[in-house]
Unconditional design. Structure first.
Length: 241
């Protein structure tokens, strides 16, 4: 994980998403809805719902939107049914791309995702073709702008909380955890008084590959097309950006 900084990418992504805020909230509502429908409306008793709610809050989703999604999932009646799906494929230079989707129509999602790959210089692969190149990890970012804590102090806090690795830049502390330890580390840092700018379970690439200069634009178009799809919840890749 050393050298794999997500913070700048996250800030750039959030900036680009400002213009698509309504669509982002729609996707987050879908994740909250499914988590609540599968495991109940209490985040304290439903770990998946708690993660979905935390993700929504980190994206500045209003509490009213969160509450509506939970209420809709737990109201009487059949409601919507969503399936989780994972698509694996390649971009230029053999870059691995992993797409997580939440959909009520698998045929539609499969078609749209295949088109996004094919039209932008990529190709959809078989199940297992790239997922082995990623590790499931917890990721926590703490903005350093208004934080008067040095790296040594933060490292001790992270290790005591059960974190696996700390990366430091002028802008942020970035903390990585085992997936199973994520909620414990996150809650410990919150209880210690830290404000978390980002806290999520993610897929980290084991190695990265450069994007050929003449393929950068079409690769970005492919990622944008995938992220813009209503059924896609997350897109991961191992490109050096």
């Amino acid at each position: 994980m050393a050298g794999h900084s997500k913070w700048n990418n996250i800030k750039q992504r959030k900036g680009a998403q400002d213009a698509k805020r309504g669509k982002i909230f729609q996707k987050l509502s879908k994740e909250i809805y499914k988590a609540a429908k599968d495991g109940g409306a209490d985040p304290e008793m439903n770990a998946s719902l708690r993660l979905a709610v935390d993700k929504a809050k980190s994206n500045n989703m209003p509490n009213d939107n969160i509450d509506r999604a939970i209420k809709r999932a737990t109201d009487a009646g059949q409601g919507d049914n969503y399936d989780e799906a994972i698509y694996e494929g390649y971009g230029p230079n053999g870059i691995a791309v992993l797409v997580h989707a939440l959909t009520d129509n698998l045929n539609r999602s499969s078609t749209n995702i295949r088109v996004a790959f094919d039209r932008n210089g990529g190709s959809l692969g078989e199940k297992g073709s790239v997922s082995y190149m990623f590790d499931r990890k917890g990721y926590i970012a703490i903005d350093r702008e208004k934080l008067d804590v040095d790296e040594d102090t933060m490292l001790m806090e992270v290790l005591e909380a059960g974190g696996e690795e700390l990366e430091t830049s002028d802008e942020a502390f970035e903390i990585y955890t085992e997936a199973t330890d994520f909620t414990v580390v996150r809650d410990a840092l919150k209880e210690a008084g830290y404000t978390l700018a980002q806290a999520e379970l993610t897929m980290l690439p084991q190695t990265t590959l450069p994007v050929p200069e003449d393929k950068e634009e079409i690769f970005e178009q492919m990622i944008d097309a995938l992220e813009d799809d209503d059924d896609v919840s997350e897109v991961y890749h191992n490109a050096e950006i």
